[in-house]
Design a protein around this ligand. Structure first.
Ligand code: ZN
Ligand code: ZN
Length: 390
């Protein structure tokens, strides 16, 4: 790397250090005011105010979402456009147990730290506020509505119990099953009934048998949402919901076909009718860009964070959809003792702890420094654009 880029990276580090207290304060304020998906009005107000105060031009309610925003650094010129993404939604009953308050200030910090260097670097810099990661698929709507059309590289970091850089995520579809039978007295005239619950239970058993023979990385897991009304009535309706997940789009479709067969067989055995439909947004798998991953790894290691080997299972995120249209990274930075799962009370405490803010500051520096790599050397940028994720 040229000495020039090294100097700019040092500037990024100094800039983040200079605003560290402010970033903590905003992170803490968002933590203290948890807002559920699509209702993140306060978080958006605080983040956009901060961006505007530092000279960013902010567009609100972008991509058809009330709590999405796009901040544009006023400096810069010809060249690629990079975007730092902020999440800020909380979980029902648990507050910021996924640490999205820290994702918000990581993206904000990286953007504010890099913006003053944009004249020298060239290109354009955006900070994009992406609502409703938790089950709302905010980024999917932003992708569909063209918000990422002007973006060449997208980056974000999520807090976790380990620092993992190239971790992907699974594509997921939510499958709803309705089984229709016939009600009857379950004791005096059971022979006149058709038991929809039996069809659902047979479906679960069929899927349990299927699971032995699917790819290791895939997941199928479900619940019964309706199992009848009373033991003395043969259930005339039963409902089930399944998540089917895979890191591979084609395999996901193949697996959904097999899961449907399991339901058809269950319904057939019980003599019930079946309706299968897809619910909500389908999340696509995350493809971490391998070139970005290496730059980000070097940068976060250079600010003293130890990166661990990829291990453990994966969930799903709407960043997957972004990674299908532009080169992207979704790194993880350690903020809590290994083994503490996200979406737990302990993880929520970590999201407002000294460790949490330390991780956020390191991640903001590494994101900003990776921005220097992407924009500061056209060869690096071409390598990123030319290299597909897995
Ligand atoms: Zn979460
Ligand atoms: Zn999360």
């Amino acid at each position: 790397m040229s000495a020039g880029l090294e100097g700019l990276k040092r500037d990024v580090i100094d800039n983040v250090d200079g605003m560290a207290d402010r970033l903590r304060e905003i992170g803490h304020r968002i933590f203290d005011n948890p807002e559920l998906k699509f209702e993140e009005f306060k978080a958006v107000e605080w983040l956009t105010e901060e961006l505007e105060e530092k000279g960013f031009k902010v567009e609100r309610e972008i991509g058809g979402l009330e709590t999405a925003f796009l901040g544009r650094c006023p400096n810069g010129n010809e060249g690629p456009t990079i975007a730092y993404l902020c999440e800020y939604d909380a979980l029902p009953g648990l507050g910021h147990a996924c640490g999205h308050n820290l994702i918000a200030t990581t993206g904000l910090g990286a953007g504010l730290a890099l913006c003053p260097l944009m004249e020298e670097l060239g290109g354009s810099l955006l900070v994009i506020g992406t609502p409703a990661e938790e089950g709302g698929g905010g980024k999917i709507e932003l992708v569909e509505n063209g918000v990422f059309d002007e973006v060449d590289v997208a980056m974000m970091v999520h807090p976790a119990d380990q620092t993992l850089i190239g971790r992907g995520s699974l594509g997921v579809k939510e499958i709803k099953m309705d089984f229709y039978g016939k009600a009857s007295h379950a004791s005096s005239e059971p022979e006149k009934g058709v038991n929809a619950l039996d069809a659902a239970i047979a479906t679960f058993n069929n899927i349990n048998a299927l699971r032995e023979h699917i790819e290791d990385s895939a997941r199928v897991h479900g619940i019964i949402t309706d199992g009848g009304k009373k033991p003395n009535i043969v259930p005339e309706h039963a409902g089930a919901l399944f998540y089917v997940r895979s890191p591979n789009n084609d395999y996901l479709e193949e697996l959904i076909g097999k899961v449907k067969k399991c339901a058809e067989a269950g319904a057939l055995a019980a003599g019930a009718d079946l309706e299968v439909s897809q619910q909500g947004h389908a999340y696509r798998p995350m493809k971490p860009n391998p070139v970005l991953v290496e730059y980000f790894r070097d940068n976060i290691e250079s600010v003293g964070v130890e990166v661990e080997e990829q291990k453990g299972g994966m969930g799903s995120t709407d960043m997957g959809d972004v990674s299908q249209v532009v080169p992207a990274i979704h790194g993880y930075v350690k903020i809590v003792e290994e083994g503490v799962p996200a979406h737990s009370k302990e993880f929520a405490r970590a999201a407002d702890s000294e460790e949490g803010y330390k991780g956020m500051i390191a991640a903001a520096k590494a994101l900003g420094m990776t921005g220097v790599d992407v924009l500061g050397d056209r060869e690096t940028y071409e390598k990123i654009r030319g290299s597909l994720g897995e």
